[in-house]
Design a protein around this ligand. Structure first.
Ligand code: ATP
Length: 333
């Protein structure tokens, strides 16, 4: 059953030189319990899309258009208070990029978890909420007595775990994990990803995993949405995105992570920089960097075409991708 249905979402930021079209006509739906990766380079709009869902956006952001339907409720129609009371943390929670910034430095981590739990659960006492925080710490491999510590007493890895505890404390239906491990060293990264997956399975929540790392999504996600220039340019199950992508940008992204690439496939490289989202111009936003761009790509925004089993691609030349790759291979040999 569909848990979250985003349609035609546009979230823009006001900037000195105009509006930054950070999320521009994005559509995505999430089923109960599934994990969907949002992958793309830095600045492609992944965080903006994730934060729009629970409106944890900065003051200069504006949701311009589109709908975000969560279990039948139109989230964009809710007041801030309704959103806080009905959805944020209890139904949809977020593990931010840098956990330290997610905690208030003046309160202990335990107090903050107790505050969130008792705000949403009228029948839960402070003592019970504190016990839950201690149990979650234990599950996440932190000494339960450390619920009485202040955020600055935690290492980066521990703060990230404590944030996971907070994000899961109300067993939400959806967790938004925004680069949950990039600030950490590699060994801890793997352990934390495993922990997130285990806990997610335990409470049977869905998850949106935001990352620039194709190997992370290939290991942890059921489906992958590839984001470029504020748009979802390709979406499919993880296996299809890794082994049989149709968008040239996805081919290039995969190329940046050789350990997941198929040796037989021609590697496509994508030099250049992402588009200026204040004035992205007409046409496909990837055209300036695309080895296969032709005239129409510069002129018209491609429609999103379906290739079966939920595989959707926004590229004028998606039908020809195998041939184009083969030709590219011939030229490079
Ligand atoms: P990263 O991995 O670096 O977080 P991202 O793919 O998550 O990147 P966003 O952070 O969503 O991308 O940013 C999308 C675009 O919006 C970028 O061009 C970015 O510069 C711009 N942007 C983000 N936050 C703001 C803001 N508060 N004001 C203006 N522009 C912003």
């Amino acid at each position: 059953m569909t848990l979250l249905d985003i349609n035609g979402l546009k979230t823009y930021y006001r900037a000195d030189d105009g509006w930054v079209r950070a999320t521009d006509d994005a559509s995505l739906s999430i089923e109960r319990g599934e994990t969907v990766g949002l992958v793309g380079e830095s600045g492609s709009g992944k965080t903006t899309l994730a934060k729009s869902i629970i409106r944890l956006l900065p003051d200069n952001a504006e949701i311009r258009d589109g709908s975000i339907e969560f279990e039948g409720t139109e989230v964009t129609d809710l007041s801030d208070r309704e959103l806080r009371k009905q959805i944020r943390w209890s139904e949809i929670s977020m593990i931010p990029q840098n956990a330290m910034n997610g905690f208030d430095p003046v309160y202990t981590v335990g107090e903050q978890i107790v505050e969130v739990v008792t705000y949403h659960e009228n029948d839960t006492s402070k003592a019970e909420a504190r016990e839950r925080a201690r149990d979650l710490f234990d599950d996440l491999g932190i000494d339960p007595d450390r619920v009485d510590d202040y955020p600055h007493q935690f290492s980066g890895g521990m703060a990230q775990r404590a944030m996971i505890a907070l994000a899961l404390s109300l067993s939400p239906s959806l967790v938004l994990a925004d680069e949950p491990t990039t600030a950490l060293d590699v060994v801890i990264q793997d352990r934390i990803l495993d922990t997130i997956k285990e806990m997610q399975t335990e409470i049977n929540s869905a998850m949106i995993m935001v990352t620039h790392d194709m190997s992370v999504v290939s290991e942890t996600c059921d489906r992958i949405a590839v984001v470029y220039g504020g748009r979802i340019v390709e979406i499919a199950d993880a296996e299809t995105i890794i082994t049989n992508p149709r968008h040239p940008y996805t081919l290039g992204l995969r190329n940046a992570f050789p350990d997941i690439s198929d040796d037989d496939q021609e590697l496509i490289s994508i030099p250049g920089t992402p588009p200026d989202l204040v004035d992205p111009g007409e046409g496909c936003r990837f055209a300036p960097r695309c080895p296969f761009a032709r005239e129409e790509c510069w002129k018209a925004t491609p429609e999103t075409e379906s290739y079966g089993n939920g595989h959707r691609v926004k590229c004028h030349r998606a039908d020809e991708i195998d041939y184009l790759q083969e030709e590219a291979g011939k030229k490079s040999t």
